[in-house]
Design a binder for this molecule. Structure first.
Ligand SMILES: Cc1cc2nc3c(=O)[nH]c(=O)nc-3n(C[C@H](O)[C@H](O)[C@H](O)COP(=O)(O)OP(=O)(O)OC[C@H]3O[C@@H](n4cnc5c(N)ncnc54)[C@H](O)[C@@H]3O)c2cc1C
Length: 457
Protein backbone atom coordinates (compact mmCIF):
# COMPACT_ATOMS: atom_id res chain seq x y z
CA UNK A 1 0.00 0.00 0.00
CA UNK A 2 1.12 3.45 -0.84
CA UNK A 3 2.47 4.96 2.43
CA UNK A 4 1.39 8.39 1.24
CA UNK A 5 -2.26 7.28 1.13
CA UNK A 6 -2.07 6.06 4.73
CA UNK A 7 -0.53 9.39 5.74
CA UNK A 8 -3.31 11.25 3.96
CA UNK A 9 -5.94 9.11 5.74
CA UNK A 10 -4.26 9.82 9.11
CA UNK A 11 -4.27 13.55 8.37
CA UNK A 12 -7.96 13.37 7.43
CA UNK A 13 -9.28 11.12 10.21
CA UNK A 14 -6.59 11.13 12.91
CA UNK A 15 -4.27 8.14 13.51
CA UNK A 16 -6.75 6.43 15.87
CA UNK A 17 -9.26 5.99 13.02
CA UNK A 18 -6.77 4.39 10.62
CA UNK A 19 -5.50 0.80 11.06
CA UNK A 20 -2.57 -0.55 9.07
CA UNK A 21 -0.80 -3.12 11.28
CA UNK A 22 -1.09 -6.72 10.07
CA UNK A 23 -2.66 -8.02 13.31
CA UNK A 24 -5.26 -5.23 13.19
CA UNK A 25 -6.03 -5.80 9.51
CA UNK A 26 -6.58 -9.55 10.04
CA UNK A 27 -9.83 -8.82 11.91
CA UNK A 28 -11.23 -7.22 8.74
CA UNK A 29 -10.05 -9.90 6.32
CA UNK A 30 -12.87 -12.46 6.62
CA UNK A 31 -16.63 -12.90 6.67
CA UNK A 32 -19.00 -15.86 7.11
CA UNK A 33 -17.77 -17.52 3.89
CA UNK A 34 -14.56 -18.62 5.67
CA UNK A 35 -12.57 -17.04 2.82
CA UNK A 36 -10.00 -14.37 3.64
CA UNK A 37 -8.46 -11.39 1.81
CA UNK A 38 -6.24 -8.88 3.62
CA UNK A 39 -7.01 -5.17 3.33
CA UNK A 40 -4.07 -2.76 3.22
CA UNK A 41 -5.73 -0.29 5.52
CA UNK A 42 -8.99 0.04 7.50
CA UNK A 43 -10.59 3.43 8.11
CA UNK A 44 -13.46 4.52 10.39
CA UNK A 45 -15.38 7.54 9.04
CA UNK A 46 -17.95 9.46 11.05
CA UNK A 47 -20.00 11.14 8.30
CA UNK A 48 -20.72 11.48 4.57
CA UNK A 49 -18.15 14.25 4.06
CA UNK A 50 -15.37 12.06 5.44
CA UNK A 51 -16.49 9.10 3.29
CA UNK A 52 -16.50 11.37 0.25
CA UNK A 53 -12.92 12.43 0.98
CA UNK A 54 -11.88 8.80 1.55
CA UNK A 55 -13.32 7.80 -1.84
CA UNK A 56 -11.64 10.77 -3.55
CA UNK A 57 -8.28 9.74 -2.04
CA UNK A 58 -8.86 6.18 -3.27
CA UNK A 59 -9.53 7.58 -6.75
CA UNK A 60 -6.33 9.63 -6.58
CA UNK A 61 -4.27 6.55 -5.65
CA UNK A 62 -6.37 4.16 -7.81
CA UNK A 63 -7.07 1.95 -4.79
CA UNK A 64 -10.13 -0.30 -4.21
CA UNK A 65 -12.50 0.69 -1.40
CA UNK A 66 -14.84 -1.82 0.28
CA UNK A 67 -17.60 -1.08 2.81
CA UNK A 68 -17.91 -3.32 5.85
CA UNK A 69 -20.64 -3.66 8.46
CA UNK A 70 -20.26 -6.64 10.80
CA UNK A 71 -18.65 -8.97 8.24
CA UNK A 72 -21.43 -11.56 8.62
CA UNK A 73 -22.10 -11.86 4.88
CA UNK A 74 -22.36 -15.30 3.28
CA UNK A 75 -21.31 -14.21 -0.23
CA UNK A 76 -17.97 -12.46 0.38
CA UNK A 77 -19.37 -8.94 -0.12
CA UNK A 78 -17.20 -7.29 2.53
CA UNK A 79 -13.97 -9.06 1.52
CA UNK A 80 -11.30 -6.85 -0.07
CA UNK A 81 -10.65 -9.22 -2.96
CA UNK A 82 -8.02 -6.94 -4.49
CA UNK A 83 -6.72 -5.47 -1.22
CA UNK A 84 -7.05 -1.73 -0.71
CA UNK A 85 -9.15 0.17 1.81
CA UNK A 86 -11.87 -1.27 4.04
CA UNK A 87 -14.32 1.35 5.29
CA UNK A 88 -15.71 0.10 8.58
CA UNK A 89 -19.06 1.63 9.56
CA UNK A 90 -18.89 0.57 13.21
CA UNK A 91 -18.49 4.17 14.43
CA UNK A 92 -21.48 5.36 12.39
CA UNK A 93 -24.19 3.65 14.43
CA UNK A 94 -26.49 6.43 15.64
CA UNK A 95 -30.24 6.82 15.30
CA UNK A 96 -30.54 10.27 13.74
CA UNK A 97 -34.27 10.85 13.73
CA UNK A 98 -37.50 9.11 14.70
CA UNK A 99 -40.25 10.76 12.68
CA UNK A 100 -43.35 9.56 14.51
CA UNK A 101 -45.84 11.53 12.46
CA UNK A 102 -44.66 10.15 9.13
CA UNK A 103 -43.56 6.76 10.59
CA UNK A 104 -39.94 6.75 9.41
CA UNK A 105 -36.65 6.34 11.23
CA UNK A 106 -33.33 7.65 9.90
CA UNK A 107 -30.16 5.87 10.97
CA UNK A 108 -26.47 5.67 10.26
CA UNK A 109 -25.54 2.44 8.44
CA UNK A 110 -23.44 0.87 11.22
CA UNK A 111 -26.33 0.42 13.65
CA UNK A 112 -27.01 -3.24 14.50
CA UNK A 113 -30.45 -4.43 13.37
CA UNK A 114 -31.33 -5.69 16.89
CA UNK A 115 -30.40 -2.35 18.48
CA UNK A 116 -32.73 -0.55 16.09
CA UNK A 117 -35.51 -3.07 16.74
CA UNK A 118 -35.23 -2.73 20.51
CA UNK A 119 -35.07 1.10 20.37
CA UNK A 120 -38.23 1.11 18.23
CA UNK A 121 -39.99 -1.50 20.39
CA UNK A 122 -39.46 0.78 23.40
CA UNK A 123 -41.43 3.46 21.54
CA UNK A 124 -44.17 1.07 20.34
CA UNK A 125 -42.82 0.69 16.79
CA UNK A 126 -41.59 -2.17 14.66
CA UNK A 127 -38.99 -2.63 11.91
CA UNK A 128 -39.84 -6.11 10.54
CA UNK A 129 -36.83 -7.37 8.46
CA UNK A 130 -35.33 -10.13 10.59
CA UNK A 131 -32.36 -11.96 9.07
CA UNK A 132 -31.23 -14.73 11.44
CA UNK A 133 -28.12 -12.54 11.90
CA UNK A 134 -30.19 -9.59 13.20
CA UNK A 135 -28.44 -9.63 16.57
CA UNK A 136 -25.08 -8.81 14.99
CA UNK A 137 -25.53 -7.60 11.39
CA UNK A 138 -25.76 -3.89 10.54
CA UNK A 139 -28.56 -2.04 8.77
CA UNK A 140 -25.98 -0.92 6.15
CA UNK A 141 -25.10 -4.56 5.44
CA UNK A 142 -28.82 -5.50 5.44
CA UNK A 143 -29.57 -2.76 2.88
CA UNK A 144 -26.57 -3.70 0.72
CA UNK A 145 -27.68 -7.36 0.64
CA UNK A 146 -31.43 -6.67 0.82
CA UNK A 147 -31.59 -9.11 3.71
CA UNK A 148 -34.71 -10.93 4.76
CA UNK A 149 -35.89 -13.47 7.27
CA UNK A 150 -38.93 -15.44 8.47
CA UNK A 151 -41.20 -12.39 8.66
CA UNK A 152 -40.85 -11.82 4.88
CA UNK A 153 -43.96 -13.94 4.28
CA UNK A 154 -46.14 -11.20 5.79
CA UNK A 155 -43.93 -8.12 5.97
CA UNK A 156 -41.51 -8.39 3.03
CA UNK A 157 -37.74 -7.85 3.08
CA UNK A 158 -35.38 -4.89 3.56
CA UNK A 159 -36.23 -3.29 0.19
CA UNK A 160 -39.84 -2.91 1.32
CA UNK A 161 -38.72 -0.56 4.11
CA UNK A 162 -35.94 1.56 2.55
CA UNK A 163 -37.48 4.94 1.75
CA UNK A 164 -34.44 7.17 1.25
CA UNK A 165 -30.66 6.96 1.17
CA UNK A 166 -27.70 9.29 1.43
CA UNK A 167 -24.86 7.67 -0.51
CA UNK A 168 -21.36 8.36 -1.75
CA UNK A 169 -20.75 7.27 -5.34
CA UNK A 170 -17.55 5.90 -6.83
CA UNK A 171 -16.70 9.46 -7.86
CA UNK A 172 -16.88 10.61 -4.23
CA UNK A 173 -20.11 12.56 -4.83
CA UNK A 174 -22.77 12.65 -2.10
CA UNK A 175 -26.31 12.11 -3.41
CA UNK A 176 -29.71 11.70 -1.78
CA UNK A 177 -32.31 9.29 -3.18
CA UNK A 178 -35.98 8.75 -2.31
CA UNK A 179 -38.10 10.63 0.19
CA UNK A 180 -40.20 10.15 3.30
CA UNK A 181 -43.28 9.49 1.18
CA UNK A 182 -44.98 6.27 0.18
CA UNK A 183 -45.45 7.61 -3.33
CA UNK A 184 -42.42 8.77 -5.27
CA UNK A 185 -42.19 8.46 -9.04
CA UNK A 186 -39.74 11.26 -9.78
CA UNK A 187 -37.44 9.63 -12.29
CA UNK A 188 -35.74 6.25 -11.91
CA UNK A 189 -36.04 4.57 -8.52
CA UNK A 190 -32.40 4.71 -7.42
CA UNK A 191 -33.30 3.83 -3.82
CA UNK A 192 -34.48 0.39 -4.92
CA UNK A 193 -31.56 -0.04 -7.32
CA UNK A 194 -29.02 0.66 -4.59
CA UNK A 195 -30.81 -1.60 -2.10
CA UNK A 196 -29.34 -5.02 -2.77
CA UNK A 197 -26.44 -3.62 -4.80
CA UNK A 198 -24.06 -5.66 -2.62
CA UNK A 199 -21.78 -2.74 -1.79
CA UNK A 200 -20.65 -2.45 -5.43
CA UNK A 201 -22.21 0.87 -6.51
CA UNK A 202 -21.85 3.25 -3.56
CA UNK A 203 -21.34 3.55 0.18
CA UNK A 204 -24.39 4.37 2.33
CA UNK A 205 -24.00 7.09 4.94
CA UNK A 206 -27.64 7.59 6.00
CA UNK A 207 -30.66 5.30 5.67
CA UNK A 208 -34.33 6.22 6.13
CA UNK A 209 -36.61 3.27 6.88
CA UNK A 210 -40.36 2.90 7.01
CA UNK A 211 -41.62 1.67 10.40
CA UNK A 212 -44.87 0.06 11.58
CA UNK A 213 -46.76 -0.10 14.86
CA UNK A 214 -45.56 -2.97 17.00
CA UNK A 215 -47.85 -6.04 17.04
CA UNK A 216 -49.15 -6.62 20.57
CA UNK A 217 -48.42 -10.34 20.76
CA UNK A 218 -47.83 -13.58 18.83
CA UNK A 219 -48.53 -17.32 19.02
CA UNK A 220 -46.90 -20.29 17.30
CA UNK A 221 -48.01 -23.58 15.81
CA UNK A 222 -45.71 -26.51 15.10
CA UNK A 223 -47.30 -28.98 12.72
CA UNK A 224 -46.00 -31.97 10.78
CA UNK A 225 -47.34 -34.02 7.92
CA UNK A 226 -46.67 -37.61 6.85
CA UNK A 227 -46.44 -36.63 3.20
CA UNK A 228 -45.22 -33.61 1.36
CA UNK A 229 -48.34 -33.12 -0.75
CA UNK A 230 -50.67 -32.63 2.23
CA UNK A 231 -48.27 -30.23 3.95
CA UNK A 232 -47.82 -28.25 0.73
CA UNK A 233 -51.58 -27.92 0.12
CA UNK A 234 -52.21 -26.85 3.72
CA UNK A 235 -49.47 -24.20 3.58
CA UNK A 236 -50.79 -22.80 0.27
CA UNK A 237 -54.21 -22.40 1.90
CA UNK A 238 -52.65 -20.41 4.76
CA UNK A 239 -50.92 -18.10 2.28
CA UNK A 240 -54.24 -17.25 0.64
CA UNK A 241 -55.73 -15.94 3.88
CA UNK A 242 -56.08 -12.20 4.32
CA UNK A 243 -54.56 -12.69 7.78
CA UNK A 244 -51.67 -14.76 6.42
CA UNK A 245 -49.07 -16.02 8.92
CA UNK A 246 -46.23 -13.73 9.98
CA UNK A 247 -43.90 -16.74 9.78
CA UNK A 248 -44.18 -19.97 7.80
CA UNK A 249 -40.91 -21.82 8.21
CA UNK A 250 -40.50 -25.35 6.91
CA UNK A 251 -38.25 -28.35 7.39
CA UNK A 252 -38.20 -31.17 4.85
CA UNK A 253 -37.54 -34.85 5.63
CA UNK A 254 -33.76 -34.32 5.61
CA UNK A 255 -33.75 -31.58 8.26
CA UNK A 256 -36.45 -33.33 10.34
CA UNK A 257 -34.15 -36.38 10.46
CA UNK A 258 -31.17 -34.21 11.30
CA UNK A 259 -32.88 -32.43 14.20
CA UNK A 260 -34.77 -35.51 15.47
CA UNK A 261 -31.70 -37.28 16.80
CA UNK A 262 -30.23 -34.03 18.16
CA UNK A 263 -33.11 -32.19 19.80
CA UNK A 264 -35.22 -33.70 22.57
CA UNK A 265 -38.39 -32.13 23.91
CA UNK A 266 -41.27 -33.22 26.17
CA UNK A 267 -43.58 -30.76 24.46
CA UNK A 268 -43.12 -31.15 20.73
CA UNK A 269 -42.47 -34.04 18.40
CA UNK A 270 -40.15 -33.61 15.45
CA UNK A 271 -41.34 -36.18 12.94
CA UNK A 272 -42.87 -36.74 9.51
CA UNK A 273 -41.87 -35.60 6.03
CA UNK A 274 -42.83 -31.91 6.06
CA UNK A 275 -42.91 -29.76 9.17
CA UNK A 276 -43.97 -26.13 9.60
CA UNK A 277 -43.50 -23.52 12.29
CA UNK A 278 -46.25 -20.98 11.88
CA UNK A 279 -46.71 -17.64 13.62
CA UNK A 280 -49.69 -15.31 13.93
CA UNK A 281 -49.11 -11.79 15.25
CA UNK A 282 -51.30 -8.78 16.04
CA UNK A 283 -53.67 -7.94 18.88
CA UNK A 284 -54.52 -10.80 21.28
CA UNK A 285 -57.99 -11.11 19.72
CA UNK A 286 -56.57 -11.20 16.17
CA UNK A 287 -53.93 -13.76 17.13
CA UNK A 288 -56.48 -16.06 18.82
CA UNK A 289 -58.75 -15.81 15.77
CA UNK A 290 -55.92 -16.49 13.32
CA UNK A 291 -54.53 -19.44 15.27
CA UNK A 292 -58.02 -20.98 15.41
CA UNK A 293 -58.42 -20.50 11.66
CA UNK A 294 -54.93 -21.91 10.87
CA UNK A 295 -55.55 -24.98 13.07
CA UNK A 296 -58.88 -25.65 11.36
CA UNK A 297 -57.25 -25.55 7.91
CA UNK A 298 -54.24 -27.62 8.97
CA UNK A 299 -56.48 -30.29 10.50
CA UNK A 300 -58.28 -30.73 7.16
CA UNK A 301 -55.00 -32.17 5.82
CA UNK A 302 -54.56 -34.84 8.55
CA UNK A 303 -51.36 -33.68 10.27
CA UNK A 304 -49.50 -36.30 12.28
CA UNK A 305 -48.62 -33.78 15.02
CA UNK A 306 -49.94 -30.32 15.81
CA UNK A 307 -49.21 -28.09 18.79
CA UNK A 308 -50.15 -24.43 19.28
CA UNK A 309 -49.19 -22.09 22.08
CA UNK A 310 -48.86 -18.43 22.99
CA UNK A 311 -46.85 -19.15 26.16
CA UNK A 312 -43.30 -17.82 26.12
CA UNK A 313 -41.78 -21.08 27.41
CA UNK A 314 -43.50 -23.17 24.69
CA UNK A 315 -42.63 -20.67 21.94
CA UNK A 316 -38.99 -20.90 23.00
CA UNK A 317 -39.02 -24.71 22.71
CA UNK A 318 -40.58 -24.50 19.22
CA UNK A 319 -38.07 -21.90 18.02
CA UNK A 320 -35.21 -23.89 19.58
CA UNK A 321 -36.18 -26.80 17.27
CA UNK A 322 -35.68 -24.49 14.27
CA UNK A 323 -32.43 -23.11 15.68
CA UNK A 324 -31.15 -26.67 16.26
CA UNK A 325 -30.94 -27.38 12.51
CA UNK A 326 -27.59 -25.67 11.87
CA UNK A 327 -25.71 -27.20 14.84
CA UNK A 328 -27.27 -30.62 14.09
CA UNK A 329 -25.65 -30.59 10.63
CA UNK A 330 -22.16 -30.95 12.07
CA UNK A 331 -22.60 -34.69 12.39
CA UNK A 332 -22.72 -34.97 8.57
CA UNK A 333 -19.37 -33.34 7.83
CA UNK A 334 -16.92 -30.55 8.55
CA UNK A 335 -17.48 -28.65 5.30
CA UNK A 336 -20.78 -27.08 4.30
CA UNK A 337 -21.73 -25.67 0.91
CA UNK A 338 -24.53 -23.38 1.93
CA UNK A 339 -26.99 -22.24 -0.73
CA UNK A 340 -29.90 -19.84 -0.35
CA UNK A 341 -31.86 -20.46 -3.53
CA UNK A 342 -35.42 -19.19 -4.02
CA UNK A 343 -38.07 -20.79 -6.25
CA UNK A 344 -41.70 -19.87 -6.90
CA UNK A 345 -43.67 -21.23 -3.94
CA UNK A 346 -45.58 -23.76 -6.05
CA UNK A 347 -42.27 -25.27 -7.21
CA UNK A 348 -41.05 -26.05 -3.67
CA UNK A 349 -42.13 -29.75 -3.74
CA UNK A 350 -40.47 -30.26 -7.15
CA UNK A 351 -37.27 -28.63 -5.89
CA UNK A 352 -37.26 -30.70 -2.71
CA UNK A 353 -37.58 -33.95 -4.63
CA UNK A 354 -34.76 -32.82 -6.95
CA UNK A 355 -32.61 -32.13 -3.88
CA UNK A 356 -33.36 -35.62 -2.57
CA UNK A 357 -32.39 -37.15 -5.94
CA UNK A 358 -29.17 -35.11 -6.04
CA UNK A 359 -28.26 -36.29 -2.55
CA UNK A 360 -28.78 -39.91 -3.65
CA UNK A 361 -26.96 -39.45 -6.97
CA UNK A 362 -23.78 -38.08 -5.36
CA UNK A 363 -24.13 -40.02 -2.08
CA UNK A 364 -23.76 -36.85 -0.02
CA UNK A 365 -26.10 -35.46 2.66
CA UNK A 366 -28.16 -32.52 1.37
CA UNK A 367 -30.20 -31.01 4.21
CA UNK A 368 -32.95 -28.50 3.46
CA UNK A 369 -35.13 -26.06 5.33
CA UNK A 370 -36.41 -22.57 4.68
CA UNK A 371 -39.06 -19.94 4.41
CA UNK A 372 -42.11 -21.43 2.66
CA UNK A 373 -43.93 -18.16 1.97
CA UNK A 374 -41.14 -16.78 -0.21
CA UNK A 375 -39.82 -20.04 -1.68
CA UNK A 376 -36.42 -19.47 -0.10
CA UNK A 377 -34.73 -22.84 0.55
CA UNK A 378 -31.52 -23.15 2.56
CA UNK A 379 -29.75 -26.07 0.91
CA UNK A 380 -26.85 -27.44 2.94
CA UNK A 381 -24.53 -29.78 1.06
CA UNK A 382 -22.52 -31.51 3.80
CA UNK A 383 -18.99 -32.74 3.00
CA UNK A 384 -15.75 -33.90 4.57
CA UNK A 385 -13.08 -31.40 3.67
CA UNK A 386 -10.27 -33.98 3.47
CA UNK A 387 -12.23 -36.16 1.05
CA UNK A 388 -11.36 -34.67 -2.37
CA UNK A 389 -13.81 -36.87 -4.30
CA UNK A 390 -16.65 -35.90 -2.01
CA UNK A 391 -15.82 -32.19 -2.27
CA UNK A 392 -15.78 -32.48 -6.07
CA UNK A 393 -19.19 -34.16 -5.99
CA UNK A 394 -20.44 -31.38 -3.70
CA UNK A 395 -19.42 -28.77 -6.28
CA UNK A 396 -21.17 -30.72 -9.05
CA UNK A 397 -24.28 -30.97 -6.89
CA UNK A 398 -24.18 -27.20 -6.26
CA UNK A 399 -24.02 -26.51 -10.01
CA UNK A 400 -26.93 -28.85 -10.76
CA UNK A 401 -29.04 -27.38 -7.96
CA UNK A 402 -28.49 -23.82 -9.22
CA UNK A 403 -29.27 -24.91 -12.78
CA UNK A 404 -32.51 -26.54 -11.64
CA UNK A 405 -33.39 -23.41 -9.64
CA UNK A 406 -33.13 -21.33 -12.80
CA UNK A 407 -35.14 -23.90 -14.82
CA UNK A 408 -37.92 -23.61 -12.24
CA UNK A 409 -38.00 -19.83 -12.65
CA UNK A 410 -36.18 -19.14 -9.39
CA UNK A 411 -33.35 -16.97 -8.14
CA UNK A 412 -29.71 -18.02 -7.57
CA UNK A 413 -29.83 -16.19 -4.26
CA UNK A 414 -32.83 -15.31 -2.11
CA UNK A 415 -30.94 -13.64 0.73
CA UNK A 416 -27.17 -13.76 0.71
CA UNK A 417 -26.32 -12.13 -2.62
CA UNK A 418 -23.99 -13.13 -5.45
CA UNK A 419 -20.72 -11.51 -4.28
CA UNK A 420 -17.83 -13.88 -4.88
CA UNK A 421 -19.71 -17.06 -4.13
CA UNK A 422 -22.04 -17.26 -7.12
CA UNK A 423 -20.64 -14.89 -9.71
CA UNK A 424 -19.58 -17.74 -12.01
CA UNK A 425 -23.19 -18.99 -11.99
CA UNK A 426 -24.78 -15.71 -13.14
CA UNK A 427 -24.54 -16.99 -16.73
CA UNK A 428 -26.97 -19.78 -15.84
CA UNK A 429 -29.63 -17.10 -15.50
CA UNK A 430 -28.54 -14.11 -17.58
CA UNK A 431 -27.21 -13.61 -21.10
CA UNK A 432 -24.53 -11.13 -22.25
CA UNK A 433 -27.02 -8.37 -23.02
CA UNK A 434 -28.47 -8.43 -19.50
CA UNK A 435 -25.02 -8.64 -17.89
CA UNK A 436 -23.93 -5.64 -19.95
CA UNK A 437 -26.81 -3.61 -18.55
CA UNK A 438 -25.58 -4.44 -15.03
CA UNK A 439 -22.00 -3.54 -15.97
CA UNK A 440 -23.12 -0.25 -17.50
CA UNK A 441 -25.00 0.63 -14.30
CA UNK A 442 -21.85 -0.14 -12.32
CA UNK A 443 -19.89 2.12 -14.66
CA UNK A 444 -22.30 5.03 -14.12
CA UNK A 445 -21.91 4.93 -10.35
CA UNK A 446 -18.27 3.90 -10.29
CA UNK A 447 -16.47 4.71 -13.57
CA UNK A 448 -13.01 3.94 -12.17
CA UNK A 449 -14.20 0.57 -10.75
CA UNK A 450 -12.82 1.20 -7.28
CA UNK A 451 -15.91 0.30 -5.20
CA UNK A 452 -15.74 -3.38 -4.22
CA UNK A 453 -14.22 -4.59 -7.52
CA UNK A 454 -14.46 -8.27 -8.50
CA UNK A 455 -17.94 -8.92 -7.07
CA UNK A 456 -21.08 -10.05 -8.96
CA UNK A 457 -19.32 -9.94 -12.40
C1 LIG B 1 -25.43 -17.03 11.30
C2 LIG B 1 -25.84 -16.16 10.14
C3 LIG B 1 -27.17 -16.12 9.80
C4 LIG B 1 -27.58 -15.31 8.71
N1 LIG B 1 -28.91 -15.27 8.41
C5 LIG B 1 -29.34 -14.49 7.39
C6 LIG B 1 -30.73 -14.43 7.07
O1 LIG B 1 -31.58 -15.05 7.70
N2 LIG B 1 -31.10 -13.64 6.04
C7 LIG B 1 -30.19 -12.91 5.33
O2 LIG B 1 -30.60 -12.18 4.42
N3 LIG B 1 -28.87 -12.97 5.59
C8 LIG B 1 -28.41 -13.73 6.61
N4 LIG B 1 -27.08 -13.80 6.90
C9 LIG B 1 -26.11 -13.07 6.05
C10 LIG B 1 -25.69 -11.68 6.57
O3 LIG B 1 -25.84 -11.59 7.97
C11 LIG B 1 -26.46 -10.57 5.89
O4 LIG B 1 -26.08 -10.51 4.52
C12 LIG B 1 -26.23 -9.20 6.53
O5 LIG B 1 -27.08 -8.24 5.94
C13 LIG B 1 -24.79 -8.70 6.42
O6 LIG B 1 -24.67 -7.58 7.29
P1 LIG B 1 -23.23 -7.14 7.81
O7 LIG B 1 -23.40 -5.92 8.63
O8 LIG B 1 -22.54 -8.26 8.46
O9 LIG B 1 -22.54 -6.76 6.44
P2 LIG B 1 -21.14 -7.21 5.84
O10 LIG B 1 -21.04 -8.70 5.78
O11 LIG B 1 -20.06 -6.47 6.55
O12 LIG B 1 -21.27 -6.63 4.38
C14 LIG B 1 -22.21 -7.16 3.48
C15 LIG B 1 -22.21 -6.29 2.22
O13 LIG B 1 -22.69 -5.01 2.57
C16 LIG B 1 -21.79 -4.01 2.12
N5 LIG B 1 -21.90 -2.89 3.07
C17 LIG B 1 -21.87 -2.92 4.41
N6 LIG B 1 -22.06 -1.68 4.91
C18 LIG B 1 -22.23 -0.86 3.84
C19 LIG B 1 -22.45 0.54 3.69
N7 LIG B 1 -22.58 1.36 4.73
N8 LIG B 1 -22.53 1.04 2.44
C20 LIG B 1 -22.43 0.23 1.35
N9 LIG B 1 -22.21 -1.08 1.43
C21 LIG B 1 -22.11 -1.62 2.67
C22 LIG B 1 -20.43 -4.69 2.11
O14 LIG B 1 -19.53 -4.07 1.23
C23 LIG B 1 -20.83 -6.07 1.62
O15 LIG B 1 -20.92 -6.07 0.22
C24 LIG B 1 -26.63 -14.58 7.97
C25 LIG B 1 -25.28 -14.64 8.33
C26 LIG B 1 -24.89 -15.42 9.40
C27 LIG B 1 -23.44 -15.47 9.75
Amino acid sequence: MNKKLIEEFSALLGKERVLSETEELLCYSYDATSKGFMPDVVVFPLNAEEISKIVKLCLKYDTPVVGRGSGSGFSGGSLPLKGGVVVSFTKMNRILELDEENMFVTVEPGIINADLKSYLAGKGYFYPPDPASYEFSTIGGNVAECSGGPSAVKYGVTKDYVAALEVITGEGEIINTGSKTVKNVSGYNLTQLLTGSEGTLCLFSKITLKILSKPETNSLILVSFGDIDKGFKAAIRLLKLRNRPSMLEFMDKSSIESVKSYFKSDIIKIEGKFLFIIEADGSQADVDKSIGEYEKILNEFSPIFIFASGKDEDKKVIMDARKAISPSLRKYGDLKINNDIAVPVNKIPQMLSFLEETSRKYEIPVINFGHFGDGNIHVNIMLEKNNAGMVQNGEKAKYEILKKTVELGGSLSGEHGIGLEKKEFMKLKYGDYYMNILKNIKNVFDPQNIINPGKIF
